[in-house]
Design a protein around this ligand. Structure first.
Ligand code: ASP
Ligand code: MG
Length: 437
């Protein structure tokens, strides 16, 4: 069985849903994971925000606008009166439920329920469409098998047991459809895997059923070797190792959610990034194969804050780094890049919610400087010591770009540099010219 995941844009209109239906009916048994139609989750967040501010009128206004959009989708998606009626019944029921929540006291519990409706609606509509086309399809509620543990992490054992028993109880279907993103938490309440989490659902399910492969369908022909929004003539990378893909996803490649790689890697299930607009294109194949002697791709991660701690006390001392890192740990703030010298250390963080407190604590140990609005540029590929020459190429490409930090050697497939936001695009272009042309 394959897992095929389609994102919000891929199911963003009735016509696009029809295209997806063609893609999933390929003569094999597939488990199809869908996001909400594009824009829907944002509207649901907006509704929740209004309700949390006790502004019921504005919430209802957004609800009604969204409802009217869906009435149009239903009209366009189905061709028979019978299925138009079923489609309307589905969205009436869902929107009545959302409206009933506006009458409750609003807590994070209600918020999670509202956020879950986008995927419940898109999969319900898609399932009905498959039935109308005469396809033998089953709709499997993700809330029956997707679950997180006490730490909010996916409970992989639970997921494995429950998706497999659900499939056993529903034998003989050609297509199984389920929701991305949504799950229950350790207490059984409705929850989610965070924004963009449908990729994670696909990967967790692929691992749980030991799928032949996990396909992530978007509207670009795979992971590109640089950011196509800023650099011309980027090309799709045909093959990546799991580690390379994880670094690229984490350091800014938008096509894949960073959490998605690990479950596939642990179970050695290949992941393919494919394009709904060009289904024949090869896309990007992610597997355990390590590719030698090449730079695969470049990605950039914005909104990075760099912190430098400078102290004579670090000279010839031990234990200094531990004290510094403990401060970040106590504020549950992950560090992305580090570089050290004998008298100072620079680190970068992405989450600045505790920045002021962190800086105050760090001041006990030395002088502290903070640079905001920085960008990490990651160059990912085969950077094992034997494949020498790439570091030279990388840095000679960047002769005209001021570099604030460099991190090399932390892994054998990543060099990261930190630059100011205004130097990002010139740096990306210079790297493409120096490494790929
Ligand atoms: N619908 C959710 C979101 O917009 C999950 C996803 O699409 O991956 O974040
Ligand atoms: Mg996505």
């Amino acid at each position: 069985m394959k897992v095929m995941k389609f994102g919000g844009t891929s199911v963003g209109s009735a016509q696009r849903m029809k295209n997806v239906a063609k893609l999933v009916c390929d003569g094999q048994t597939n488990l199809v994971v869908l996001s909400a139609m594009s824009g829907t989750t944002n509207s649901l967040v907006e509704i929740s925000n209004y309700l949390s501010l006790d502004n019921k009128d504005s919430a209802l206004e957004v609800i009604n606008k969204l409802y009217n959009k869906y009435v149009g989708h239903i009209e366009e998606l189905y061709s028979t009166p019978e299925y138009k009626e079923k489609g309307m019944a589905l969205i009436k029921e869902r929107f009545d439920y959302i409206r009933s929540i506006t009458r409750d006291v609003f807590t994070s519990f209600e918020e999670k329920i509202i956020l879950s409706q986008g995927e419940i609606i898109s999969t319900g509509m898609f399932h009905l469409y498959l039935l109308e086309q005469g396809i033998n399809a089953a709709l499997l509620p993700a809330l029956d098998f997707m679950r997180t543990d006490e730490n909010g992490e996916p409970d992989q054992q639970y997921i494995r047991e429950h998706i497999n028993s659900t499939l056993v109880q529903n034998p003989g279907y050609e297509i199984y459809v389920t929701q991305g993103f949504i799950c229950r938490n350790a207490f059984g309440d409705v929850d989610n895997l965070q924004r963009g989490g449908s990729d994670y659902t696909a990967s967790l399910l692929g691992a749980a059923i030991m799928a032949d492969e996990i396909q992530i369908w978007t509207d670009i022909d795979g992971m590109h070797n640089n950011d196509p929004r800023f650099v011309e003539n980027t090309k799709p990378v045909s093959d990546l190792s799991f580690d390379e893909a994880a670094e690229l996803a984490y350091f800014g490649a938008k096509i894949l959610h960073p959490t998605c790689v690990l479950p596939a890697k642990s179970n050695n299930i290949p992941v393919r990034l494919l394009n709904t607009m060009d289904p024949q294109a090869r896309g990007t194949n992610i597997s355990s194969v390590q590719y030698r002697d090449r730079i695969a791709a470049i990605a950039a991660k914005d909104n990075i804050t760099a912190i430098r701690i400078h102290s004579g006390r670090m000279l010839l001392a031990y234990g200094f780094l531990r004290k510094v890192f403990e401060i970040f740990e106590s504020y549950k703030t992950p560090i992305d890049m580090i570089s050290t010298s004998e008298v100072g250390v620079s680190v970068t963080i992405d989450n600045t919610s505790h920045l002021d407190a962190i800086v105050d604590d760090l001041k006990k140990y030395g002088m502290v400087e903070v640079d905001r609005n920085m960008v990490i540029i990651s160059i990912v590929g085969d950077l094992e010591p034997y494949s020498h020459g790439y570091a030279g190429k990388i840095f000679s490409s960047l002769t005209n770009v001021p570099i604030r930090m460099i991190s090399y050697g932390g892994s054998s497939h990543n060099v990261s540099i930190l630059v100011k936001a205004e130097d990002k695009v010139p740096a990306l272009k210079a790297l493409s010219a120096g490494l790929f042309e």
